[in-house]
Design a binder for this molecule. Sequence first.
Ligand code: G1P
Length: 300
Amino acid sequence: MSDSRPRISKAVIPAAGLGTRFLPATKATPKEMLPVVDKPAIQYVVEEAVTAGLSDVLMVTGRNKRPLEDHFDRNHELEEVLLRKGDGSRLARVQESSDLATIHYVRQGDPRGLGHAVLCAAPHVGDQSFAVLLGDDLIDPRDPLLERMIETRERYGGSVVALLEVDPAQVHLYGCAAVRPTAEDDVVEVSGLVEKPEPAEAPSNYAVIGRYVLDPAVFEVLRRTEPGRGGEIQLTDALQELARNPALGGPVHGVVFQGRRYDTGDRGDYLRAIVRLACEREDLGPDFRDWLRSYVTEEL
Ligand code: G1P
């Protein structure tokens, strides 16, 4: 592989959203901090980036997001108390999040859409390809997606989106891709993208989910991308331009994901994620599964 494609090291996590679907819980607490079992949702996402080798993380935040910074920072007072109590395992849990990665922050200011949030990362990212991870999507760590996307970028250059085949009735909730097969079963070439299409306009049932590996050429395209669906600057629209003009920054490919994914931005899926992950935990799982079994058989 040529030196012009150095390994990706930076991840961008847009985290400026208001989380209105979870009100009133998100009135004073960022939605990214809602716990999935006993860890905030955002920590799973940072862990996923780190596991894929991306230890430089930029969070694009907004007002009221200070708890995110606190969570990934040291808490000396708490650490001191746990140390004095000799509670080593909780101390380790507290230190885990501050030792994970180097985390940087930039504020979005005006909420002008996902494309605009990604553009806010331009000065930090510079001229390298980078990953974008959306906090609402939780990818099961046993089904690595980002690694496969990074490999795909190393092979074809350009940008890579994550695709999931969804029920056609759900396509209007996502960016949707027109695709052509490649020689690899789980990789497709993306020839077009539409943000949240009406069913009649949807080119397929391949939905874009919240993982992207992007060529830095996307910044130049985003700078001139006009507001689209919902009056917001859409990342999907910039990727559509890249897909149509590979001369701008290489082709766009899609990795078709078949693993476990939870949309923690949706209340039902958020609950399902908690139940599944709790069932699978070594410490909580056995008791919780017993309770769940009797609850389902006796009370539902
Ligand atoms: C965003 C993107 C959309 C993508 C989705 C994945 O939409 O704009 O293309 O399919 O994330 O979760 P949002 O869910 O923020 O409205």
